[in-house]
Design a protein around this ligand. Structure first.
Ligand SMILES: [Zn+2]
Length: 225
C-alpha cells in the first residue's frame, strides 16, 4: 500500500466527527478515512473526547430528563464511515474493461454515476450525482494525460483512488486528499503507466489560466462541472 502524504487537516476531521462539516467535505473525509488508518485513529480520539466531555457536562446536571437526552445524543452520533447494515453496493467502477476498487463511502454512488466521456488531453470523466452537494466526478488521467492549468473560484477537493499524479505543486499517490481554492493554480497530470483515477468535488466551475485553455472558460461549466 502506498504511503499517504496528504490528509484532511484537524479542523476537517473535527467537523466530520461532530457532524458539523459541509456535506461534500464530510463525504470526501469519509472516503479518505476508508483508506487511511491514521486519520481513522484521529477521528476515534476526537469522538472519544467529545463523548467524554458530553458525559462530564451531563454529570454536572444529572436530571433524569437530561440524562436521557444525553444518551439520545450519544446514540444518535453516526459511526465513522458507517453504512446501512446489509446494504450492498458495487465495490468497483469500470472504465474500458478496467475495474477500480472504490472506498466503501463511494461504493454507494456507483449507481449514481453517469457514463464516461472522453475529454481533451487523455482525460476521462464520469459525473456523480451527490444530490445537490457540489459537482462530483470520477476523473481518469491516462499516462501523459493532463488537465489544463487552472485555478478555482470555489474549492476543489480531490481524493486519489488509484495510481498517482502530479500538479506542479506536489506529487500525489493513492489515498492522498487535497483541498485547493482560488489561491492555488495547478496543472494535474499523470505520468504513471497505470494512469490515475481520482474522485473530485468542486463547488464552482474551474477557471483556466493559460494559453489556449483560456478559451475553455466560457465552457468551463461543462468541463468538470
Ligand atoms: Zn489521513
Amino acid at each position: 500500500m502506498s504511503k499517504i502524504n496528504f490528509h484532511p487537516d484537524h479542523s476537517h476531521l473535527l467537523a466530520f466527527a461532530t457532524g458539523e462539516g459541509q456535506p461534500g467535505t464530510n463525504l470526501m473525509v469519509s472516503a479518505h478515512l476508508d483508506l487511511c488508518p491514521m486519520c481513522r485513529e484521529k477521528v476515534r480520539e476526537i469522538e472519544a473526547q467529545q463523548a467524554h466531555s458530553e458525559i462530564e457536562i451531563a454529570a454536572l446536571d444529572m436530571m433524569p430528563g437530561n440524562y436521557a437526552a444525553m444518551l439520545n445524543s450519544i446514540m444518535a452520533k453516526p459511526l465513522v464511515a458507517d453504512d446501512v447494515i446489509g446494504a450492498s453496493y458495487p465495490k468497483t467502477i469500470e472504465l474500458d474493461g478496467r475495474h477500480f476498487a472504490l472506498p466503501r463511502t463511494l461504493q454507494r454512488y456507483v449507481h449514481k454515476t453517469g457514463n464516461w466521456s472522453r475529454l481533451v488531453g487523455k482525460l476521462w470523466q464520469a459525473p456523480v450525482d451527490l444530490g445537490g452537494v457540489g459537482s462530483a466526478h470520477f476523473i481518469y488521467m491516462e499516462k501523459g494525460g493532463r488537465v489544463p492549468e487552472h485555478t478555482h473560484r470555489g474549492s476543489e477537493l480531490t481524493l486519489v483512488l488509484d495510481g498517482e499524479f502530479s500538479d506542479g505543486l506536489n506529487h500525489y499517490e493513492t489515498g492522498d486528499m487535497t483541498f485547493l481554492d482560488g489561491r492555488h493554480q495547478h496543472t494535474p497530470m499523470s505520468d504513471a503507466d497505470e494512469g490515475c483515477l481520482v474522485f473530485s468535488l468542486v463547488d464552482k466551475p474551474l477557471h483556466f489560466t493559460s494559453g489556449l485553455a483560456r478559451l475553455l472558460n466560457p465552457f468551463s461549466h461543462l468541463f468538470m462541472k
